[in-house]
Write a protein that binds this ligand. Structure first.
Ligand SMILES: C[S@@+](CC[C@H](N)C(=O)[O-])C[C@H]1O[C@@H](n2cnc3c(N)ncnc32)[C@H](O)[C@@H]1O
Length: 412
């Protein structure tokens, strides 16, 4: 039945072409011509001045200050790195400083998707002020897909930290972004990058409840016509489906119901981080001796689209946010961002290391960003006058994964 439905779909569409859902998302977000991250008004906003938390009375005034910043930015979004500058960057720098304290060799930091460069600037300022020895043996390489944001990073970070900072404008998911493989230890930072990496969707289909991948039918004009289920042929999808915990909890449907509704079961849809899985393969190959530091939303509110780990599809006009009910929006017109399934991310990292680096294993864990900040940030500086501390108490749906490769002890 599957095959005949697929043939029917193809036959009825004439000159249209079909692509995987992640290929559609890749185009929609990153096409050099119309991609969302290549718009004239870049969607990643920068605060003109850091918020001075100690001058704010408490939570309500903090929320008002944030709201006012958003109104000024109109079409852009602010990330925790921007809102809590310089404390976020300084806390991450302190974590790296502690991890690197046991050796005095060169330190390499690769930041993927550095946005406006705020994190790089805050971290490099920290090393410069607090640990000049480490600063002098440090290289900080940013890999940024958006030419406009890369140019902004060069201007905001490169001028001040010329000896240690450089930006390459390319897709971090492509091998050429990494150059020759290097055995040297390196820290790889991704703050709010996984949420924009293209995902695929699988779901149960047909009376036999077979797992299928989602494909998008595109018109000749490059617009999405519809999405449909097709047999799984994609390797990255297959890899994600081998991981423990990827699946949704699906209600058992009575057999009569199945016979009457033998096609797609929306309750079974799962969005899989296939591009992230491929990126981890690449990192294992290019930088086997790596330590990942990944921050992202572990949950998103008010998602309108059914499925486990379904994305928010949101556009902004005149400072007002619109949430869409489908991923199939006009390419480039909306942000498409996913929650990160942190337990799955940890499994994926271990799985990739296990496959590519048989001599190594991963030591990793994830924790809420507030907890991380409590351990590494100068959080008192981010407190408002009545004691409310947004660095610790806001963005409660943001987590951080910390995971590095270590060699198996000899004899294992
Ligand atoms: C939501 S912004 C986060 C910016 C910054 N990390 C922060 O936390 O403020 C996502 C960033 O990742 C970049 N990006 C997304 N996919 C990328 C890829 N495949 N390679 C390199 N950069 C990417 C975007 O251009 C953008 O700068």
């Amino acid at each position: 039945m599957l095959r005949s439905l697929r043939q029917l779909t193809r036959a009825s569409t004439g000159s249209t072409k079909s692509i995987l859902l992640r290929e559609f998302i890749q185009e929609a977000l990153y096409s050099p011509v119309f991609g969302y991250f290549n718009r004239e008004d870049v969607p990643v906003g920068a605060l003109p001045e850091p918020l001075v938390f100690s001058e704010l009375a408490g939570e309500a005034e903090y929320k008002r200050a944030l709201h006012a910043s958003y109104e000024n930015l109109q079409e852009s979004w602010l990330t925790p790195v921007e809102v809590f500058q310089p404390y976020y960057g300084r806390a991450l720098a302190k974590y790296i400083q502690q991890q690197a304290s046991s050796h005095d060799s060169a330190i390499h930091i690769n930041e993927l998707g550095g946005g406006t460069g705020t994190l790089a600037r805050n971290m490099l300022d920290y090393f410069h002020e607090e640990d000049r020895g480490l600063y002098e043996r440090l290289t900080y390489t940013s890999i940024e897909i958006s030419p406009k944001l890369a140019a902004l990073q060069r201007q905001r970070v490169g001028e001040q930290h010329a000896a240690s900072f450089r930006t390459t404008t390319t897709d971090a998911c492509k091998p050429e972004a990494w150059g020759h493989p290097s055995q040297e230890p390196c820290f790889i930072l991704m703050m709010e990058v996984l949420d924009n990496l293209p995902h695929d969707r699988v779901g149960l289909f047909g009376s036999a409840d077979e797992w299928c991948q989602t494909e998008v039918e595109m018109s000749e004009e490059g617009q999405p016509v519809r999405q449909y289920m097709a047999p799984i042929t994609d390797r990255a999808i297959g890899q994600c489906m081998q991981l423990p915990g990827w699946q949704a909890t699906i209600d058992q449907q009575p057999w009569m119901h199945r016979i009457m509704n033998p096609f797609v079961r929306p309750d079974s849809f799962v969005y899989l981080p296939t591009q992230c899985r491929m990126l981890l393969d690449l990192i294992c190959h290019a930088r086997p001796n790596h330590h990942l530091i990944i921050g992202d939303f572990d949950e998103l509110p008010d998602v309108q689209i059914p499925g486990k780990n379904a994305p928010l599809v949101a556009s902004k006009e005149g400072g007002i946010t619109y949430d869409h009910k489908s991923v199939l929006v006009r390419p480039g017109s909306a942000d498409i961002f996913f929650p990160t399934d942190f337990p799955l991310l940890a499994h994926m990292h271990s799985h990739a290391v296990h496959q590519h680096l048989p001599q190594s294993e991963v030591r990793g864990h994830h924790l809420k960003a507030g907890e991380f900040m409590r351990q590494y940030a100068n959080s008192a500086a981010a407190a408002t006058r009545n004691g409310y501390n947004p660095l610790l108490q806001d963005y409660t749906n943001f987590s951080i994964y910390l995971g590095g490769t270590v060699e198996h002890p000899r004899g294992d």
